[in-house]
Design a protein around this ligand. Structure first.
Ligand SMILES: Cc1cc2nc3c(=O)[nH]c(=O)nc-3n(C[C@H](O)[C@H](O)[C@H](O)COP(=O)(O)OP(=O)(O)OC[C@H]3O[C@@H](n4cnc5c(N)ncnc54)[C@H](O)[C@@H]3O)c2cc1C
Length: 148
């Protein structure tokens, strides 16, 4: 079977891409090995209707919504290599399976590179954060000593 699209990465970006492709009746596989950037945190903020949700709960709801679309399949495995041959992408997974797709969407997210500060890794996502829009509200009292 030739896919219309292979989406690599099943975080919020890839999940939403798969939803729109599903609704467009495109044959789609979403590959995800579930190692998201925000794995260190237990609350995700700033997305209306889902403010404060656990990232894995967000993912569970999104995957549930995708299950309505039989033309979208979720493959919980890592993509190792992509080659382009004769206008088709050959997507090879960690289990040595190969899928042919007319289009690909790379939604693999960012990799965190933390500064070389002792214990930064230990506190990251608990009391050390990089994004004031994501986590500043929860820390506002401790930062300025005020509740505003
Ligand atoms: C501490 C912390 C707190 C944050 N708080 C917030 C917040 O409150 N609100 C907010 O909006 N954002 C927050 N973020 C940012 C959040 O991580 C991103 O907004 C979000 O994860 C981006 O989604 P994404 O789909 O681009 O990438 P990701 O969520 O990182 O998803 C990428 C997915 O692709 C998969 N993948 C990667 N390579 C492959 C491959 N080769 N094959 C198969 N699968 C693959 C990964 O395993 C992962 O599941 C926070 C980040 C951090 C670190």
């Amino acid at each position: 079977m030739i896919l219309d699209c292979a989406v690599i990465g099943g975080g919020p970006a890839g999940l939403n891409a798969a939803l729109v492709l599903g609704r467009s009746r495109r044959k789609t596989i979403l590959f995800d090995d579930n190692k998201p950037r925000n794995a260190v945190t237990s609350e995700s903020h700033g997305f209306i209707t889902r403010d404060g949700i656990h990232p894995q709960e967000f993912k569970r709801i999104a995957q549930g919504e995708l299950s309505k679309y039989p033309n979208v399949r979720l493959e919980r495995q890592r993509v190792h290599r992509i080659n382009k041959e004769n206008n088709l992408f050959q997507v090879e997974t960690e289990n040595a399976e190969v899928y042919s797709a007319k289009k690909i969407i790379i939604a693999t997210g960012f990799k965190e590179i933390l500064p070389d500060i002792p214990k930064a890794k230990e506190f990251y996502g608990q009391s050390l954060f990089g994004c004031p829009y994501c986590d500043g509200w929860e820390l506002k009292r401790s930062a300025a000593g005020s509740d505003r």
